[in-house]
Structures are given as structure tokens and as C-alpha cells.
Design a protein around this ligand. Structure first.
Ligand code: WT7
Length: 658
């Protein structure tokens, strides 16, 4: 792919500093029975559209499509003329095929012993009743339904009920404020809100209904609020409220699923990115389900008859939509859903769940992995996790050291780790190793999946050669791509299709290593410009995390009179590691050794926590405020607003220049 570009000055777009030589071959047993082989790359390259058509054949269609792809850049239509019902594909067809007694969800509430098991037959009855209930509330095809719920079975049931009748759901993460919720309800003009009295978090009931009441007061378009009783706490009832158990329980458990058009909307999901007004990302039906199901099958090597699959994300994020609800159910998988936090009632809760259900595939986020590293190796060591066979990571670049820790301490050094790159906008996994095919490198997402054409380009849009860094782009449309931003076509074109002619720009930096494999380097907004070099925060963070005392690191560029920007690092130490007086110097030297003197941080602070969004992404914007001695900006999207006080309190000890 690296073209010869004579005459073009070799001007670096993004430095490539980190060298990583470890390789992990796929386990022989897994490779020999893998759901996909290396041939798929060639097959897809030879006939990309035909490749996706074969992937679409795994679904049950009401009517087969006439045209696989209609592409009027940047607007794609997939499987045009085809019809299907997403809920039928996720539920009914498994029951019709005689797999009704198979468990769809093992649900584990946060309070100890609070569990539910739903088979595919159970799910069919519950989804049918909920679909009938929606119809009784006057919700029909094309109407928008806002869903604001804890991680309880009624959440996927509500989503599937919407999908079944062709209503468009907009799930809003249960940790968002009343203002965030009302803004999203209004933007989509939802007529129904589905919620619960509350859920359990950190060992106590956590109310949701008061937030909904506050939000709905600002939303005259909302006709009804459908409320699941979960915690039993007292709620104030308004004329719009309907209890789920009063309405849904009395419905018929039969409901005929009629097929919808392949391009009918399935859902809106708001993403704010790091700044700006949230964008309502729109996904449709046939292409979305095709790629969600196919990637879930091949990236995790899912064997639906024997695997117990657990994705620890919240369903309020796209990871939960595609890899707790739509992908796994379309594939007839058995999944675990956990309601609560990983440290309730103790820090071994995740591993206890793995042991209890015999989880074989685990999909989680780097932020969680680094937290487990910080808590110490001894905690997972107490549990039998020999059932695990494939591990996945998503949400941020995974630092090589966190990857290796995950592999060793969770995967017993036998499970492949797949680092999956994608976004709310892409709908499904785009770049990832294949567990039975790829000799994986710790920290690399490796290659675009078969059927996906991605590349790394410089600021002129020219492909960078192997060994170079730049901007990640996607060159060809893919089935689960967003179809637009709800109510704002222009913003769709401006945000994703205007930076590089004819290419989708996700906003991420990336590099190609000497083998042409891809490494994600974080958001380009976070790139630091130090003495004329563009340095990615991810590489410096990974170098810090590779020091045995460091569990987690966040790096920002702060204005510097000499170098333009200087690197300032915030670090969290591993469980057991001591904060010695010369730790800053030790870490600075370590980074200089790993990446070269150019990447040596000016300043290193040891902090107890890092500011993160509710989905676990580090908010570097706030750390830049600290590093540049500014008053700290908008903290409303922080998961824990007290964190910034803890960090600021560490400032006097920050001077670490030598
Ligand atoms: C952004 C998308 C994809 C579902 C969860 C997040 C970052 C995601 C990786 C990865 C490096 C990653 C990117 C991307 N990201 N996965 N494996 N390696 N970065 O969805 O909230 O839409 O965030 O998360 O920056 O653009 P999202």
C-alpha cells in the first residue's frame, strides 16, 4: 500500500516512536476450528460487495435485496429492496429452529443472589408482550422512543420491542443528567420514555425516575412514561406514568413480526465525542445487523452451542447495542449481563461472575483492565477462570503492558486478545485481529477486517508508508456505517467527509508499523506538538504504563515557551507500588529510554484518579487546564466530579523538573 511518492518532502504527520516486538500466535486448537480463515481477506478483496452479501445471508430476510450497495457518496444504502425484522432475527427464528430452551441471557443483578435467566422462548414472550404494549400506547413505525434504564433484562426487551414494530429507539445512558436526557428526548422528538424506578449501583438503589420526571417536564412531546419496578423505592407518579407490570404483563404473548425495509431506521444513539453538541447517530436495519452479527461471530470466534459470552459494557453505549443485544442475539449466543459495578461487593466481582457462569469470551475496556492492574494481581488469581478462551478490548487504545497483563492474569496466557477498533458511527467492529488467524501484537488493532478498506494518510490525504503515522481513514462504505446525524445532514458531511476528499475520517490518529499493521494513537485533537514533532498521547502513556510501578497514565501537551508544547503526565501507581521522592525522575528517564528524548515529559504527577467520561475515556481537556494552571473547565460529563479536586490537590508536589 505504501506508494512511491518522489518529490514529496518526507514531512512527518505523526511520529512513530514506540517499538514493540512481542508477538502472540493464535492457539493451534482455536486456529484449526476457527470460524474464519485467512482466505477471507483475499475473498473480500476480490469481491467486497459479494463478500458482504454472503455475510447478509446469515440473516433471515422477508424479501431478498435487489441491489447490495447504492453509493452516492457520502450516502450509502445497503441491501436495497430487502426486508427483514430485526427482532425476528434476534429471537423468533431461534425458537422456530428448536432452540427455544437455550439461554439468551444469564442476568446477574448487583445485589448478591439477585439473578434471572431468560431463554430464547422467554425472550420471545417478553418482547411480544412489550411490542403489544407499545402499540397500545400508540407507538408505531417510525416513532421515536427514549430508553433510560439500568442494566436489567427489560432494557434489551424494550429495544427489541421497538425494533419489532419499527419504532426507533434512542437509548440514553442511565448515568446522564436530566438536562442531557431532555436534550436528547427533544432532539429526537420522542413520544414515549421507558425507564425504571432505579437500579443498583455500588451496593445501593440508585434512582432514575426523579431524573426522568425533571427531564420530561421540559418535553411536552412525551405522551407516556413506561416505568419498570426494579428497586421498589417510592416514586412520584404523574398522569403520563404507566407501570410496566400493569401494562406489559397483561398483554398477549403473541405478536407477529412484520418485515421492515433494510434501510428503515433501527436506532439513534447520541455521541458527544470529547466536545460539542451531541450528535444523534442514525443506524438502519439490514446492513447494521449484518455487520454486527458477522463481526460478533468471526472476531470472537463464537460457538453458539458452547460459548458463554460476556460483554461488560453498558447497553447505553454502542458496544452494548451491537455486542450485548443485536450481534449476540442474531447469532443465538448465550450471554451474561451484569447490572452493577466491578467493585461491588468486592473487587473480585467480575472474576467471580466468570467462574460462576463459566464465561468463555470476555469483552471489556482498557480503562477497566488498567483499574484491575491497579487493584493487584492477587485478586483475579483467587478465581478459576480456566473457562476463558478469547478476550476482547474496546473503547481506547490498549497500552501494550495492559494487554499483556490482561493476557496473563485474566487469560492465563492461553487466550488470544483481540483489540477491536470501531466507533458509535461505524456501528460494528472495523479493525481487529482475528483470534484464530492473526499473530497479534500487544497494543495493535492490526488489520481492517475482511470487507473493510481502511488506511492511514498524511495531512494531504496521501497514504503514509509502512513505519509512518497519520490520520486513520476508511475508503469504502461498510454495511453498518451511520446513515447520518438525526436532523442534521450537513453536520454529517462536514464532520466525517470533508477533511479528506472521498474518505471517511473518524478523527483518530494511527500508524502503520514496518509490517503494515495498524496501531491506533488516540483522537487527533489530543496530539501534542513538541519541538516541531507531532507526538501522540497514546505512545507516551503506553511507555509510562510499561514501567512496573505504573498502572495508568494520561498525558497532555501544555504550552511551553521553548518547545511550543511540553509533555505533562498524570500517573496512577499500581497496587503495592510506593511513591518514592524520585519517582518522577525515574519515570521521565524510563520514557526517554523507551521513546527517545523528544518524548520525555517535562513534568510528572502521581495522582489517585484520572478524570474520565462515563464511558471511561480520559478527559484530557481538563488535565490540560491543570497543566496550564487554568481554572478547570466544564466538568458536567465527568463520571466523578470530585476527581479534579483530588488532582488539583496534588499540584504543589508537581515540580519535578531536573
Ligand atoms: C472512539 C469511539 C467502539 C465502541 C466504544 C466507543 C476510540 C475505540 C478503540 C481501540 C483505539 C479506540 C477511538 C474511537 N476507540 N476502540 N480498539 N483502539 N481507540 O465508542 O464512544 O463512539 O468512541 O473510541 O478514538 O474513535 P465511541
Amino acid at each position: 500500500m505504501a506508494p512511491d511518492t518522489p518529490g514529496r518532502e518526507t514531512q512527518e504527520t505523526l511520529s512513530n516512536l514506540l517499538q514493540e516486538n512481542r508477538r502472540f500466535e493464535p492457539p493451534a486448537e482455536l486456529a484449526s476450528a476457527a470460524n474464519i480463515t485467512a482466505d477471507a481477506y483475499d475473498e473480500a478483496a476480490a469481491d467486497r460487495i459479494g463478500f458482504w452479501e454472503r455475510a447478509a445471508e446469515r440473516l433471515t430476510w422477508g424479501r431478498r435485496w435487489d441491489t447490495a450497495l447504492e453509493w452516492n457518496a457520502p450516502f450509502a444504502k445497503w441491501f436495497v429492496g430487502g426486508t427483514l425484522n430485526v427482532a425476528y432475527n434476534c429471537v423468533d427464528r431461534h425458537v422456530e429452529a428448536g432452540r427455544g430452551d437455550k439461554v439468551a441471557y444469564h442476568w446477574e443483578g448487583e445485589p448478591d443472589g439477585d439473578t434471572r435467566t431468560l431463554t430464547y422462548s422467554d425472550l420471545l414472550r417478553e418482547v411480544s408482550k412489550a411490542a403489544n404494549a407499545l402499540a397500545e400506547l400508540g407507538v408505531g413505525k417510525g416513532d421515536r422512543v427514549a430508553i433510560y434504564m439500568p442494566m436489567i433484562p427489560e432494557l434489551p426487551i424494550a429495544m427489541l420491542a421497538c425494533a419489532r414494530i419499527g419504532a426507533i429507539h434512542s437509548v440514553v445512558f442511565g448515568g446522564f443528567s436530566a438536562t442531557a436526557l431532555s436534550g436528547r428526548i427533544q432532539d429526537a422528538d420522542a413520544k414515549l420514555v421507558i425507564t425504571a424506578d432505579g437500579g443498583y449501583r455500588r451496593g445501593a438503589p440508585s434512582a432514575l425516575k426523579p431524573t426522568v420526571d425533571e427531564a420530561v417536564a421540559e418535553c411536552p412531546g412525551v405522551e407516556h412514561v413506561l416505568v419498570v419496578r426494579r428497586t421498589g423505592e417510592k416514586v412520584s407518579e404523574s398522569g403520563k406514568d404507566v407501570w410496566w407490570h400493569d401494562l406489559v404483563d397483561r398483554q398477549s404473548d403473541r405478536h407477529e413480526a412484520v418485515p421492515h425495509d433494510a434501510e428503515d431506521p433501527l436506532y439513534i444513539l447520541y455521541t458527544s465525542g470529547t466536545t460539542g453538541k451531541p450528535k444523534g447517530i442514525l443506524h438502519t436495519t439490514g446492513g447494521y445487523l449484518t455487520q454486527a452479527a458477522w463481526t460478533h461471530d468471526v472476531v470472537f470466534d463464537l460457538k453458539p452451542d458452547t460459548d458463554i459470552y460476556w460483554c461488560t459494557a453498558d447497553i447505553g453505549w454502542v458496544t452494548g447495542h451491537s455486542y450485548i443485544v443485536y450481534g449476540p442475539l442474531a447469532n443465538g449466543a448465550t450471554s451474561v449481563i451484569y447490572e452493577g459495578t466491578p467493585d461491588t461487593p468486592h473487587r473480585g466481582r467480575f472474576w467471580e461472575i466468570v467462574q460462576k457462569y463459566g464465561v468463555t469470551i470476555l469483552y471489556t475496556a482498557p480503562t477497566a483492565i488498567r483499574t484491575f492492574m491497579k487493584w493487584g494481581d492477587d485478586i483475579p488469581a483467587k478465581y478459576d477462570m480456566s473457562s476463558l478462551r478469547v478476550l476482547g478490548s474496546v473503547g481506547e487504545p490498549i497500552n501494550p503492558e495492559a494487554y499483556v497483563w490482561y493476557r496473563e492474569h485474566i487469560g492465563g496466557s492461553r487466550c488470544p486478545v483481540v483489540d477491536t477498533w470501531w466507533q458509535t458511527e461505524t456501528g460494528a467492529i472495523m479493525i481487529s485481529p482475528l483470534p484464530g488467524v492473526t499473530a497479534a501484537k500487544p497494543g495493535a488493532a492490526m488489520r481492517p477486517l475482511p470487507g473493510i478498506v481502511a488506511d492511514v494518510v498524511d495531512d494531504q490525504g496521501n497514504p503514509v508508508p509502512d513505519g509512518g503515522g497519520g490520520f486513520l481513514v476508511v475508503r469504502e462504505p461498510w454495511p453498518s456505517m451511520l446513515r447520518g446525524i438525526w436532523g442534521d445532514e450537513k453536520r454529517y458531511t462536514d464532520t466525517y467527509w470533508s477533511r479528506f476528499e472521498g474518505m471517511y475520517f473518524p478523527g483518530d490518529g494511527a500508524k502503520k508499523d514496518d509490517d503494515g499493521d495498524l496501531w491506533l494513537l488516540g483522537r487527533v485533537d489530543d496530539v501534542m506538538l513538541v519541538s516541531g514533532h507531532n507526538i501522540s498521547t497514546t505512545e507516551v502513556e503506553s511507555a509510562l504504563v510499561s514501567h512496573p510501578k505504573v498502572a495508568e497514565a494520561a498525558v497532555v501537551g501544555a504550552t511551553d515557551p521553548i518547545t511550543g508544547q511540553a509533555i505533562v503526565a498524570f500517573t496512577i501507581l499500581r497496587g503495592g507500588a510506593e511513591e518514592s521522592p524520585d519517582i518522577a525522575k525515574e519515570l521521565r528517564d524510563h520514557v526517554a529510554k523507551a521513546l527517545g528524548p523528544i518524548a520525555k515529559p517535562r513534568q510528572i504527577l502521581v495522582v489517585p484518579e484520572l478524570p474520565k467520561t462515563r464511558s471511561g475515556k480520559i478527559m484530557r481537556r481538563l488535565l490540560r487546564d491543570v497543566a496550564e494552571n487554568r481554572s478547570i473547565g466544564d466538568v458536567t460529563t465527568l463520571a466523578d466530579s470530585a476527581v479534579m479536586d483530588l488532582i488539583s490537590a496534588k499540584l504543589p508536589s508537581a515540580a519535578s523538573d531536573d
